[in-house]
Design a protein around this ligand. Sequence first.
Ligand code: FE2
Length: 512
Amino acid sequence: MQAQYVSNDPEYLKCGKSDCDVSIAGKCAVKTCGATLSFHVINIRTDIEFVMFTGGFETPCILNRSDPIKFANPNQPLYARVASVDSTATSMRLTWVSGDRSPQQVQYGDAQTAHSSVSTFSQDDMCTSWLESPAVDFGWHDPGFIHSAIMTGLRPSSNYSYKYGSDSVGWSDEMKLRTPPASGSDELKFLAYGDMGKAPLDSSVEHYTQPGSVSVIKAMEEEVSSGGRVDSIFHIGDISYATGFMAEWDFFLHLISPLASQLPYMTAIGNHERDYIDSGSVYVTPDSGGECGVAYETYFPMPTAGKDKPWYSIEQGPVHFTVISTEHNWTQNSEQVDLVLFGHVHNYERTCAVYKEECRGMPTKDSNGVDTYHNSNYTAPVHAVIGMAGFELDSFTQTDNSWSLVRISKFGYLRVHATKSELHAEIQEMWMMASESLNAWQIDVPNDVAAALRRGLLRARSLDESGALLDETLEVALALRRGSGEDHACAHHQHQLRGHEFCMGQESYEFE
Ligand SMILES: [Fe+2]
């Protein structure tokens, strides 16, 4: 549900478009002032209604509503994204959405075909408790059917064209994808970020928007379309922030599809996909709005250990990615492993090579002035927070921690180029040209493949504002446990929601 103020039309307040409704003795006795608003609508398969209301979001009073407007083809196959299924890069999964439950297919390469398996989820799969949840109680929208087909027989690092759909529901446009480099090959270039979400493409307000998301996606699209080679993308949690307002998943998928349809869009789960009270999440918060990971796992099938076990590891080129879920048990001897990149805190921060708050290795400037960590004598991992892809930015604590080397609070994403001997990373700020970067650094790794593969990705949790900012993350990272970071995130989200009681949006509820 999205809403706009009629005062968005500059002609409205000065009554630039007026009609005389009642004339008395040739004089206008009742004049009305008109306004025109534009809404950007995407195909969410179900009918759309426009409702005119007054009284604001707190005490809405409906004045008029349109007849339901139907989509020409609610079954249209839409919002394709591709993902790796293993480290060989010879099979790729394509996932899309349609209003139709019959299997469809993807046609790719030289007349090859793969049929879709079809899944969906219902309101019964969502979580609720003593605290009403948007997903069950007031934000539900039918997700249609999620189709997923595995294209096999592909070559690594190769371009393919494809289309998906069926004769009965129609076909997508001709699409293009590129497979990633196979495990063990020499090079990988990937983009990474957390906490992106979505924002309306018109001037609407909705329950939860992430102001940087549209620009960041656009910057990445431009990077890819201008010929900058990107092999894959890792979105490490806090994916759509639909948080139980289910139609917002479609808006998010629509936003990323131009990019995600052409290169592997790999994901990790975040608190805003998984956490809910009494649902088995590690953190007892309502942050997923009652989705409990079900929507995320259905929309983004990854090569995971199983249902509600959303962790996996995969290799692309010379990089071994370990994707964990901090929302499930990840203590020692649990089913999971450990890490390097973090989201959840909405900014960018990079450390020295650090272990238990102590710098074990500092970078030195190379001849281009790039901070270089010399890990041929490996001591400890470098940590970077990269939760700056869309959600309103966080500021930093005042505390000066010697292990924190760089702090930037701007929207952007991480670009990484890995070879067998070096991992070069830079932060792309959204309005910069792709050739520039805000903060570049690199890690030289020993010329030893096993060590070169010791790279990980994960979600981590927030820290409080009192100076424990990275201490806690480091504790999480190194001791595999977490303290009380949620308060910070909760306070932040409450701020976004103008003081509502819980860390999720209830504005739409009130407005219904
Ligand atoms: Fe977040």
